[in-house]
Design a protein around this ligand. Structure first.
Ligand code: G3D
Ligand code: MG
Length: 188
């Protein structure tokens, strides 16, 4: 009988931010990801929703338990809170645009990534998400354009999602979490 060495248990708390213009689907993506098992904590004074979800990831030699703290801009997509506080302690970002609205795609580089880079000092992790793929007849941003932008801004990954159909949601969040984990030296 062989006895396997038990895997090391590692615990983390990661704060991430979801950035993108109003109505690209940020809140819908989070709601799909956390389903009903979430604690929503709307802070009107912060202009943000803070949502928590626990994620387990089984790696090569460690089992990681991650408490994910997601900050989601609410309302006018303006930071009511001082921006530095919004990004304080943040490990990564989901940059979201709407494939049916070109201006939301342009804002990624000109606004959201700029903000993120300005306040995140250390090695930063971010992935690019093109949401609303179910609206194929209204699409104006082709997949290729999304890929190009992701390369151009050195995003860790690019993925297209439909929060409406629940497509690629888990995958999108896990891409970010796994990237952050590997930056913490966890072998996946
Ligand atoms: P935001 O948090 O970025 O502001 P929301 O965006 O999540 O509030 O979504 C804005 C609107 O887009 C919502 O419509 C929402 O239902 C819709 N939406 C979000 N994701 C998708 C998607 O993948 N496909 C489609 N077809 N619609 C989506 P309403 O009408 O409620 O304002
Ligand atoms: Mg929202």
């Amino acid at each position: 009988m062989t006895v396997e060495k038990p895997k090391e248990l590692r615990e983390f708390v990661f704060k991430i931010v979801i950035l993108g213009n109003a109505a690209v689907g940020k809140t819908s993506l989070i709601n799909q990801f956390v389903e009903k098992a979430f604690k929503e904590d709307y802070k009107p004074t912060l202009g943000a929703n803070i949502i928590r979800k626990d994620v387990d990831i089984d790696g090569e030699d460690a089992h990681s338990k991650i408490r994910l703290i997601m900050w989601d801009l609410a309302g006018q997509e303006k930071y009511s809170v001082i921006r530095s506080m919004y990004f304080q302690g943040c490990e990564g970002a989901l940059l979201v645009y709407d494939v049916t609205r070109y201006n939301t795609f342009e804002s990624i580089k000109s606004k959201w990534l700029r903000d993120f880079k300005k306040y995140i000092r250390k090695e930063s992790v971010y992935i690019l998400i093109g949401n609303k793929t179910d609206l194929s007849d209204q699409r104006v941003v082709p997949t290729e354009k999304g890929k190009e932008l992701a390369e151009n801004i050195k995003a860790n990954h690019f993925i297209e999602t439909s929060a409406k159909l629940g497509e690629n949601i888990e995958e999108a969040f896990l891409l970010l979490v796994k990237q952050i984990l590997s930056n913490h030296g966890v072998n996946l």
